[in-house]
Design a protein around this ligand. Structure first.
Ligand code: SF4
Length: 323
């Protein structure tokens, strides 16, 4: 779908393929995502898979509406639409089931919650964040049923392809279950797949992180969300951080690492997020004193400085000019 011409557009402006460009290529009007907390929990917290959750996870630090009392999904959509229309002139919306594990219920419950988000005709898509070990074929059939009428994404939390890291951060699943979830989702057809990755996890060096880039890219996913490792309050990782067992990166280090990562993934993978997003006063480290826009600009500048771009060192992009 992505053509060399559109690639050149982002090559000149960003050096990577931003989600805003993807949306412009696919929709004639402005489209934005509305974040929803649908009242699900997480099997890695309630004992079904594990307890305590991932060691970096304080869901309220990255899902803004987790901290609020849960209001009906329809109301969350209407509130989000009102805000995004006023702030960005958005006209159509993708309902983003963000908080916790949004496939962690029986199919009837899931259908009722997804349907509620789609009641307003201006909602033209669904994006469902979940764990790769929480997606049965029955649930995939349900999600696939929406593709006839809607733009549909599933976002799988992976963070790293290395099982020793996944164990260390108590993810409660291995790489194989991610690969299996991606392949089963691809087999359904019509569902776009986004992977979440964290750069800078404890115990990982540069080579480990680049291996994650190359491996995830080779699976033919459609999108990726990159996060820098940050330490949030009320997490197991915060304890290790204060004991000096974990380090976080300076902004320049992350910018360089993110560029290395981008160079090694396919230019057809849309970048849905380029840096971790924390809300409120949950952040312990790193404190960069930079806006997200400044981090994006630093990444673009670094790619320009290298005369490089997303996919420049990826075997899957032979028709892009080599730097
Ligand atoms: S990061 Fe996601 S999978 Fe891990 S404990 Fe938090 S909600 Fe659950």
């Amino acid at each position: 779908m992505t053509t060399i011409v559109t690639q050149k557009t982002w090559l000149k402006t960003h050096g990577y393929y931003p989600f805003s460009y993807f949306l412009r290529e696919n929709f004639p009007v402005k489209v934005h995502k509305i974040s929803i907390h649908a009242g699900f929990t997480c099997p890695n917290r309630d004992g079904f898979v594990g307890v305590g959750g991932c060691t970096y996870c304080a869901n309220e630090s990255f899902s803004p509406n987790v901290r609020e009392t849960i209001v009906p999904i329809k109301e969350q959509v209407e509130k989000g639409m009102k805000f995004l229309k006023k702030r960005y002139g958005a006209e159509k919306f993708i309902a983003y089931f963000q908080a916790f594990t949004n496939t962690y219920a029986d199919v009837d419950t899931l259908k009722a919650r997804y349907d509620e988000a789609l009641l307003n005709e201006d909602v033209i898509g669904l994006s469902i964040g979940t764990r790769p070990d929480c997606i049965t074929d029955e649930i995939l059939d349900l999600i696939h049923s929406y593709t006839k009428k809607y733009h549909v994404w599933v976002e799988y939390g992976l963070q790293s392809i290395h099982d020793r890291t996944l164990q260390l951060v108590n993810r409660g699943h291995d790489y194989k279950s991610f690969e299996d979830a991606v392949l089963r989702t691809k087999n359904k057809g019509g569902i776009k797949i986004c992977a979440h990755v964290i750069l800078g996890l404890p115990g990982e060096d540069w080579n480990d992180i680049m291996e994650t880039a190359r491996t995830v890219s080779s699976l033919g996913i459609d999108g990726i969300k990159l996060h820098h490792l940050y330490i949030a309050k009320n997490t197991a990782m915060a304890g290790d951080y204060f004991k000096g067992k974990i380090k976080t990166m300076k902004m320049e280090e992350y910018v360089s690492l993110a560029c290395d990562f981008l160079e090694r993934i396919s230019p057809d993978i849309v970048i849905q997020r380029l840096v971790g997003d924390t809300h409120g006063d949950f952040l312990i480290s790193p404190i960069w004193n930079a806006t997200k826009g400044e981090v994006f600009a630093a990444i673009t500048n670094e790619l320009k400085h290298r005369n490089s771009y997303q996919g420049a060192k990826c075997a899957l992009s032979p028709d892009l000019p080599q730097p």
